[in-house]
Design a protein around this ligand. Structure first.
Ligand code: IMP
Length: 463
């Protein structure tokens, strides 16, 4: 066995990553759930309670936001790495809900270095969105100047405090880490400073605070709340970098569960309409302490079409009966916020880009059944831009908003299966459905390993 604090000379790759290749909600939870049984730990490395992973096991639906899907797998650890921003109220509420349904959460481990989402982070998220949307434009700004009419610049965030919590992490002085919940002195000092700064700044953001937001903070109240969080979470808190390396040294297999998705990555996504973390495989190292060299299989998860929640460019969006049909058939409403998702045809330019960034070794194509019954289906394979036609993605909101999709049209499939029976293998699929899959594989250059044809774990074709 390798010493836990020394690198092995030639580490054997023993990890798998499951990453969304579009704008989120690709169905990663289902794939992670299937793969969890073949791994010893499921690890989150980014994001927070903005994510929503839905898993249906034996007809029972579980909607998870912070707890890794591995919590549902007996014998597996469910690890929240240092790169995650943790809202302890949300985490405790989620664990209590699982425990009430008979899921033992003793296997949930939280990094002492993960950052805490405080109530003022969620308030700031909401206040900034209101300000950016242009509310209060008829009133003078704090300097007494008229604000004037301005365009809606809101990002459509989930208001879970993600951006402000990551901002405080990078500001450092007012950041609180999970480990600080067990250090009363340091916690109290940081909270006093944070409450002073937030109290001076947040009330000035807008005179139209959304309902329920009162941006005045009492450090003593927050301290008591945070101490209760610490007491409750204490048995779960660990140095997860060492914890993970100890597992690797014992030849255990890790499964990294990406939250959000590649096109929402703060560096490589459609900035500024992105989330605030590194959502691709590239975020695993900093967000967990495990080198990418340990990752053997990278499974890129994609829908058979595209969706997006919140603002930002979406070249293949269908604001018409096609989009409505996809939304209804795919039940495209947010797991976290309940918002109707924007829907459109598959954008393979985007998927190819994300597969490249992640070094994807295989694809999982989800919600294939939603396309059943269309006479024809379209796939975007290039963009028309002011600079000409391109098959490269434009990871910048302003450039992408000028791109017009170039489609190739494929024959639709009246039913997924070639016969009347539900397909259990890829070979059972209708000829046109098989052609769709082959088209995707050929254009992305990566094999499809899983095809999902319904919400249940059993409704999955594995190649
Ligand atoms: P935030 O992560 O709450 O700051 O939101 C930033 C943007 O990312 C918004 O457009 C959200 O709708 C989007 N977003 C964040 N997480 C997810 C996710 O898990 N699925 C889909 N969209 C997400």
């Amino acid at each position: 066995m390798a010493p836990p604090n020394g690198p092995t000379p030639m580490p054997r790759p023993t990890a798998t990553a499951v990453i969304g290749l579009q704008w989120g909600d690709e169905g990663k939870g289902k794939i992670v759930d299937i793969l969890a049984a073949r791994h010893d730990a499921v690890v989150r490395f980014n994001g927070g309670a903005n994510a929503g992973h839905t898993v249906i096991i034996a007809g029972q639906k579980y909607a998870l936001h912070l707890v890794p899907v591995g919590a549902l797998t007996p014998g597996a650890f469910a690890i929240i790495g240092n790169g995650v921003v943790v809202d302890p109220d949300a985490l405790i509420h989620e664990m209590d809900g699982l425990i009430a349904r008979g899921v033992d959460c003793k296997n949930v481990v939280v990094s002492d270095r993960a950052h805490v989402v405080m109530p003022y982070h969620k308030d700031e998220d909401a206040l900034r969105e209101v300000l950016l949307a242009g509310a209060g434009e008829d009133e003078p700004d704090p300097a007494g100047e008229p604000r004037g009419a301005r365009a809606d610049r809101s990002l459509g965030t989930t208001r879970r405090g993600i951006g402000p919590a990551y901002a405080d992490k990078h500001q450092r002085s007012t950041a609180i880490r999970i480990g600080d919940l067990l250090r009363p002195e340091r916690l109290r000092e940081t909270l006093e400073l944070a409450c002073e700064i937030k109290g001076r700044t947040l009330p000035r953001l807008t005179s139209h605070p959304p309902e329920g937001v009162h941006p005045h903070y009492n450090p003593e109240h927050l301290y008591e709340k945070a101490m209760r969080w610490g007491e409750r979470l204490q048995p779960h808190i660990r140095d997860t970098a060492y914890f993970l390396h100890d597992l690797l040294a014992r030849e255990k297999r890790l499964l990294f569960e990406g939250a959000n998705a590649t096109l929402l990555d703060v560096d490589h996504g459609t900035f500024p309409y992105v989330t605030s973390s590194a959502c691709a495989v590239l975020g695993i190292g900093p967000g967990s302490g495990v080198s990418e060299r340990r990752i053997e299989t990278v499974l890129g998860v994609m829908k058979a079409y595209s969706t997006r929640v919140g603002a930002g460019p979406f070249p293949t969006e269908q604001k018409n009966a096609i989009g409505d049909r996809i939304r209804e058939r795919g039940k495209e409403y947010g797991t976290t916020t309940g918002r109707p998702r924007r829907t459109g045809w598959l954008d393979l330019v985007a998927v190819r880009y994300s597969a490249m960034l992640n070094g994807a070794t295989g694809l999982a194509l989800m919600l294939f059944d939603v396309l059943e019954g269309f006479d024809e289906v379209k796939i975007c394979t290039a963009y028309e831009t002011p600079a000409g036609r391109t098959d490269r993605f434009l990871p910048d909101a302003y450039a992408l908003s000028e791109a017009k999709p170039v489609y190739e049209t494929l024959a639709g499939f009246p039913s997924l299966g070639a016969s009347g029976k539900p397909p259990t293998r890829r070979a059972d699929l209708h000829e046109h459905a098989r052609k769709y899959l082959e088209f995707v594989e050929e254009r992305v250059g990566i094999p499809i390993r899983f095809v999902s044809i319904g919400p249940d774990r059993a409704q999955t074709l594995e190649a």
